[in-house]
Design a protein around this ligand. Structure first.
Ligand SMILES: [Fe+2]
Length: 369
């Protein structure tokens, strides 16, 4: 896959798929609303200033404070848009927010995948993101990935250019986030601190609501069968490429408004009909791409049940000024996963233990090839 000047993605067979500009339907915060949100973020940060960075901001009191202050003092138009998206989503399954406040003086883009400095150096961006996510749901993370950080850094890492994960810089294939995980996130947020140097890295999304009309009834029926397996991401299992979750269906729930869980890089099926249906779905998804080069202060929210996401390729320079996004996840109900987390923690326990042949978890059943 590649991207050309006219904002199209070209697949391996040479066919170009156009990308609609997501900015056209973005919610752009006014200067007044942006300053209002900055004040909310700074207020929360000040009340939690003694919180050590080592806790990765994993604290229920902080989340309660974020939600309370956002509801009480945050920009009403933003709270309304987030609440509507939470209840109804939209045809693209993605909501782009622009002109969000971030910190004036940014540290260099971290080289090894994680920002390990004092969180207060990114207090505006961090609390802004948590304020937004706490309106959408309950913030979570995973111990397997980036040591359970509540806010994770998405940066290119030297040597990982070809990896199909957040550290890579080649075309990132469209996927459901952590589709293999029994408690996958409902909402993903990506807050940009820096774009790539050439400003060509388009963050992509595509919604099942738009794609469904491109699929015939037989294909939908096959996609609803539990005949698919998803390989666990390398960010969870390292170099192992033989750990799978499933079998699972791709489409679940309402026939007219289904939820989607798919990964065009890591999903397989032993059933030829299943593979044909995935190919049809991929064409439908590519027909309905939206994309945007995230600039500083842009925040993209993806409904992980209604849309897949990906990214076009870019060239990293590893000079401290590379593309830097910050990511966080939310679920509708934290208490559904109480057994999968330590008491009072928002971090899910490991589902995979390196060096063993067994995933340490009650669900799902993983298999090994
Ligand atoms: Fe992703």
């Amino acid at each position: 896959m590649s991207v050309d000047q006219a904002a199209t993605v070209t697949d391996d067979e040479g066919r170009a798929w156009p990308i609609r500009e997501a900015g056209a339907s973005a919610l752009v915060l006014s200067e007044e609303d942006s300053e209002c949100l900055r004040a909310v973020a700074l207020g929360v940060a000040a009340r939690h200033a003694s919180r050590p960075s080592g806790l990765h901001l994993d604290d229920s009191d902080l989340m309660v404070d974020c939600k309370l202050r956002m509801l009480r003092d945050g920009p009403e138009s933003l709270v309304q848009a987030l609440t509507e998206f939470r209840y109804r989503s939209n045809p693209d399954g993605a909501l782009l927010l622009r002109n969000l406040p971030i910190d004036d003086a940014l540290p260099p883009t971290p080289e090894q995948g994680n920002f390990d400095g004092d969180w207060q150096r990114l207090k505006v961006a961090s609390m802004t993101q948590l304020a937004v996510m706490n309106i959408l749901g309950d913030v979570i993370s995973y111990a397997d990935e980036k040591a359970g950080r509540i806010i994770q850094d998405v940066v290119p890492v030297a040597g990982a250019e070809k990896r199909q994960e957040n550290t890579g810089s080649c075309f990132l294939e469209l996927h459901t986030e952590d589709g293999f995980h029994p408690q996958r996130p409902r909402f993903i947020s990506l807050l940009a601190l820096r774009p790539d140097h050439e400003r060509v890295a388009l963050t992509l999304a595509s919604g099942i609501r738009r794609s469904l009309a491109c699929l015939d009834g037989g294909t939908r029926e096959v996609l609803a069968r539990p005949i698919y397996r998803i390989r666990l991401s390398s960010s969870f299992v390292g170099d192992r490429e033989d750990v799978y979750a499933g079998p699972v269906p791709v489409l679940t729930g309402s026939l007219s408004d289904p939820d989607l869980c798919v990964d065009f890089h890591a999903m397989t099926s032993d059933d030829p009909e299943g593979r044909r249906a995935i190919d049809s779905l991929r064409r439908a998804i590519l027909t309905n791409l939206v994309g945007h080069v995230l600039a500083a202060g842009d925040l993209l929210i993806v409904d992980n049940d209604k849309a897949v996401h990906g990214r076009t390729g870019f060239t990293a320079r590893y000079d401290g000024q590379d593309r830097w996004l910050r990511r966080s996840f939310a679920v509708p109900d934290l208490r559904r996963s109480t057994a999968d987390r330590m008491p009072r923690s928002h971090v899910h326990r490991r589902i995979f233990t390196p060096g063993t042949d067994h995933a340490v978890h009650r669900r799902p059943m993983f298999s090994y090839e």
